[in-house]
Design a protein around this ligand. Structure first.
Ligand SMILES: *Cc1c(COP(=O)(O)O)cnc(C)c1O
Length: 356
């Protein structure tokens, strides 16, 4: 038998979650965000599961070319635009839609000789202070783009910094956006998953859900299941050793766990080189034979240890769930001081993938 660690990807869950998006934002088109290798689930696999979306958003021309190569004719948005003018001819040839977030990009684009008209998105910084034009520079960028004969449609865009936080919301950024976009009569895209779920006023022409499509909640303290979502990934492995340890025995590197009493310990084929978070300390929830138990000691590169006290019949080969439908990735992430976005996107290329 080969190493048992497997990421099981559920295409029906992706389609279900897309349905939740459409029900929540029935008047908007859906730009499915599938950057970072489809949030770690596999770019083409996820595109297939989400083929009923109205468009896809990725980061690189390379990702977009894979989608075009697989036959997808959807609009494809490049969320960070183009990185170098050399990319523009390929962007035009593949009919991609770059996000323009700096005035010099608008100027480069206006000067370029392109074989096709290009639709673009113009990103406005409304308060996150990451990418985007300051509101006062929007008119200048629009004038530059509109003067270029090969620029087709222009969609206005912004991104929220705190849509997931209770009580903070999107009001200030929305007000800034309205002021910057007032009277322009252009299509608009604003909402990530959190805004889509919590603030219907952000839905506009296109919504841009990412994490919720994979069945994960954008809100801390809630899981995808609480929102009617189904997790698209289960990370599963097996025990590769079972041993009895005595009270006072230490487990793993740094002896960070010392047994409070005699116990059965299981060794799981999954470590931080697989993407399991090393910052998840002793006590992180994990399932053995479907029973909830806890990790013990530090996560190693290729293995981690678990307490088998709640699973007395566990044996070499017993199934282990690192996260999945019965153990939300959100709970593991919380113990590791991170978010499920990071866990999913960190799943390593060496982990075998199975589609269900
Ligand atoms: C990643 C990303 C999204 C999706 O965000 P989620 O929180 O995963 O829904 C939307 N818009 C932009 C610009 C992004 O970079």
């Amino acid at each position: 038998m080969s190493r048992p660690l497997t990421a099981r990807i559920d295409l029906a869950a992706l389609a279900h979650n897309l349905g939740v998006v459409k029900a929540a934002a029935p008047h908007s088109r859906v730009l499915a965000v599938i950057k970072a290798n489809g949030y770690g689930h596999g770019l083409l696999r996820v595109a297939h599961g989400l083929r009923a979306a109205d468009g896809f958003a990725v980061l690189s021309v390379d990702e977009a070319a894979q989608l075009r190569g697989a036959g997808y004719t959807h609009p494809i948005v490049l969320l960070e635009g183009f990185f170098h003018p050399d990319e523009l001819s390929e962007i035009a040839r593949l009919r991609l839609r770059p996000v323009i977030h700096r005035q010099d990009q608008a100027e480069i684009l206006a000067r370029a000789h392109l074989e096709h008209r290009l639709d673009v998105l113009l990103k406005i910084d409304t308060g996150m202070h990451r990418l985007g034009l300051p509101p006062a520079r929007v008119a200048e960028a629009l004038a530059t783009l509109r003067a270029a004969p090969h620029i087709g449609g222009i969609t206005l865009m912004t991104h929220f910094a705190r849509a997931d936080e209770p009580g903070v919301g999107v009001a200030a950024q929305m007000a800034t956006f309205r002021e910057a976009a007032g009277g322009l009569e252009l299509p608009i895209t604003l909402a990530n998953s959190a805004a889509l779920l919590r603030y219907p006023e952000t839905h506009a022409d296109w919504v841009r859900p990412g994490i919720m499509l994979y069945g994960i909640s954008p809100f801390s303290g809630q899981t995808g299941a609480d929102l009617g979502l189904l997790p698209a990934m289960a990370l599963e492995s097996r025990l590769i050793a079972v041993r009895r340890i005595r009270q006072g025995d230490a487990v793993g590197y740094g002896a960070s766990f010392v047994a409070e009493h005699d116990l059965n310990l299981g060794v799981v084929a999954c470590g931080y080189a697989d993407g399991y978070p090393r910052h998840a300390g002793s006590g992180t929830p994990i399932l053995v034979e479907g029973r909830i138990t806890r990790t013990l000691g530090r996560v190693s590169m290729d293995m981690l240890c678990v307490d088998l006290t709640p699973v007395p019949n566990a044996h070499v080969g017993s199934p282990v769930t690192l996260w999945g439908a019965e153990l939300p990735a959100e709970h593991v992430a919380e113990r590791a001081g991170t978010i499920a976005y990071e866990l999913l996107t960190a799943v390593a290329p060496r982990v075998r993938v199975e589609e269900i």
